[in-house]
Design a protein around this ligand. Structure first.
Ligand code: C2E
Ligand code: CA
Ligand code: CA
Length: 611
């Protein structure tokens, strides 16, 4: 260490201690003029002509003066910049020392590089510099410059600036942490992909807007749910949903100021409009938004996607001023619209609020129930009409909730929308397969068929067929499984479902077309697709009773199916008369309440698998 840097601890004047206290207090404050005031106090206390704060620029290539105090001139912002290359010895010294005290700066080896360009022109004779750190790393320098000839820096003075260096470094740490916290809060409040407010900020802003509504005005809240986005996001993975939502936000932004919009969930936007005719405005806007969002978007695999949007509208904030509640009602309405079909709009009138509330609770409960493994399979026998024995069974999902069974039509769509269906359903299949193995089903009943329903979401998910085959193989129950796929699934999901169906057939998993006769299936599909069987919808059984034409259709269908080698199950047989009629039309296998309802696995085994 150089001799001039040795501390000789002479007694500090009392002014130093008072100044440090003042500087410490001042450094806690955030006002813009704080650096200048710190410099002024420091210069006064030490009796130096110039005091300045310098910051290292990014990449540490140069150092720039951010604030300077000059005796007689006050605080300046000179913006002077000095390249680090121009004074390597100086920067090396600053990095390595607590304090750089150059008593004869124009000749000191550490500062001599600065002599011609800086010290001499300004008449600086001595320098007392300390580094300023942020989390232990140097980010700047505090420079005290004495004008005139050399000056001795006392131990007390050196100690003073070292303490000041600590105070300034602490201030940097604090400001940096506050900035990080601000950024964290910002990230919590805003959705990164769309730049829109997240749920809580949206609610805050909405509450504010409701509170500030001018007399005679009302406000309507809209929730927009991009249908199919969740299931497609599963399929495409990555940030597919984010990029679709970013594109969606941009399109919405053409019609509604971004400050009135939020991204509320992965696939959901919300926004509000206000005015003296808020309700009409909202319904018109709903249509325009739907059209804008329906414009094609590019999928990652090069396909073009078109999104239909379900819209929920709460038409008046005057009737329901609670922002949280407004949003929830709009979301529930959008959600209920989505369940009724594609691209629907649902408006919440006050009397339907309670009903909506309960369906929102249902959605929440479904997620919980999936975690708690509350869903089960029951088996309904598929019966040979001649022998009266079960030749198979259909697995039907049940959700026992609050003492009663929720019908699958109420919860299967919820499981599909929340992306839980595959996981829940595969879990149930494993239990079913395990049961089949334990009861030696295949050995006891060769040719027995377990019919299982699959949702379109499952059919579209990659690897589905392999997983199904591997699972069946693992339990040794290949040959037991029949996949039921509804006609509508097949034709609304397009070529995807058809190719999955072909793939299932290639893997040796038979497929039966469910609800045959209710959808768009045409006879050519029966020829084109590798089907194993079909299930004639319940509605035909009902109509056959007193409708000769229906009888002719069913009779013809049964003949055709036999001809094509398809297994046919007549569904929904409730009465002996229906059974007799079906037999007379050529049916051999049926399912319905006449034989049994869907039973838990054990009772099913006792009733239908006994010898
Ligand atoms: P589906 O596949 O057509 O199932 C037959 C439905 O008809 C069942 O209703 C069954 O209980 C009912 N049923 C059976 N026999 C009779 C009868 O004689 N008369 C009457 N009126 N009804 C009868 P459920 O269990 O309510 O299931 C409804 C639908 O939910 C099913 O229709 C199927 O599309 C779907 N579903 C059930 N389980 C699953 C599943 O595990 N996965 C998927 N994706 N969907 C399922
Ligand atoms: Ca079925
Ligand atoms: Ca059916």
């Amino acid at each position: 260490m150089n001799a001039p840097d040795m501390l000789t601890l002479d007694q500090p004047p009392p002014a130093f201690e008072a100044a440090l206290k003042a500087l410490h207090r001042l450094a806690q404050r955030d006002e813009e003029d704080v650096p200048g005031r710190l410099l002024a106090i420091t210069a006064e206390t030490l009796g130096v002509a110039r005091a300045s704060l310098w910051a290292l620029t990014p990449g540490r290539r140069s150092i720039r003066c951010g604030a300077m105090f000059v005796q007689g001139q006050g605080v300046l912002a000179p913006e002077t910049e000095l390249a680090c290359d121009a004074a390597p010895a100086y920067f090396q010294a600053i990095e390595g020392l607590l304090v750089l005290a150059a008593e004869d700066a124009q000749h000191d080896p550490r500062t001599i590089e600065l002599a011609e360009g800086y010290l001499k022109p300004l008449g600086i004779g001595a320098i007392l510099d300390v580094p300023i750190c942020e989390f232990g790393e140097i980010v700047g320098v505090l420079c005290l410059e004495h004008l005139g000839p050399a000056r001795r820096w006392s131990g007390a003075e050196r100690l003073f600036v070292t303490s000041l260096s600590g105070i300034l470094s602490q201030r940097h740490d604090r400001l940096r942490m506050a900035a990080a916290e601000d950024e964290r809060k910002r990230q919590l409040l805003f959705d990164a992909a769309t730049g829109l407010a997240g749920r809580s900020l949206f609610i805050d802003r909405l509450a504010h807007a409701v509170a500030e509504l001018p007399a005679g005005h009302d406000l309507a809240v809209l929730a927009l749910d991009l249908e199919r986005l969740r299931s497609l996001a599963h399929r495409y993975g990555g940030n597919f949903a984010d990029s679709v939502m970013a594109e969606g936000a941009a399109r919405i932004g053409q019609m509604v100021p971004a400050a009135r919009c939020g991204r509320i969930a992965d696939d959901t936007f919300a926004l509000w409009v206000s005015g003296d005719r808020a309700q009409g405005l909202a319904t018109r806007l709903a249509g325009r938004l739907q059209r804008a969002l329906a414009l094609p978007m590019a999928a990652p695999d090069g396909d073009t996607l078109e999104f239909s949007t379900a819209v929920g509208i709460v038409p008046g904030a005057r009737a329901e001023p609670d922002a949280d509640r407004l949003l929830r009602d709009a979301l529930t309405a959008a959600f209920s619209a989505a369940r009724k079909g594609r691209g629907r709009v649902e408006v919440v009138w006050p009397d339907v609020r309670n009903e909506l509330q309960s369906s929102l609770e249902l959605e929440r409960d479904v997620r919980r129930a999936a975690d708690a493994r509350e869903f089960t399979f029951r088996l309904q026998p598929i019966v040979d009409l001649v022998s009266g024995r079960a030749v198979g069974a259909e697995a039907l999902m049940r959700w026992p909730r609050e003492g009663r069974d929720v019908p699958p039509s109420d919860f299967v769509p919820l499981l599909e929308d929340s992306g839980l269906i595959a996981q829940v359903h595969m879990g149930l299949l494993r239990e079913l397969f395990a049961w089949a193995r334990e009861t030696s089903l295949l050995e006891r009943r060769p040719g027995f068929q377990l019919h299982v329903n699959f949702s379109p979401v499952q059919l579209q998910s990659p690897g589905f067929v392999e997983e199904l085959r591997d699972t069946a193989r693992a339990y040794g129950v290949e040959g037991l499984l029949v996949c039921e796929i509804t006609e509508n699934t097949l034709f609304s999901s397009g070529e995807d479902a058809a190719s999955t169906l072909r793939y299932l057939a290639e893997m040796g998993i038979p497929v039966s077309l469910d609800d045959f006769g209710t959808g768009f299936a045409s006879l050519t599909h029966l020829i084109d697709l590798p089907l194993h069987g079909l299930k004639i919808d319940r509605s035909f059984c009902l109509r056959c009773a007193d409708d000769a034409r229906a009888q002719a259709v069913v009779g013809g269908l049964l003949g055709l199916a036999t001809h094509l080698g398809l297994d046919v199950v007549a569904e929904g047989v409730e009465t002996e008369a229906q059974r007799a009629l079906l037999v007379s039309l050529g049916a051999t296998v049926a399912q319905g309440y006449l034989f049994d309802r869907a039973l838990d696995l054990e009772p099913f085994a006792q009733r239908w698998l006994g010898d």
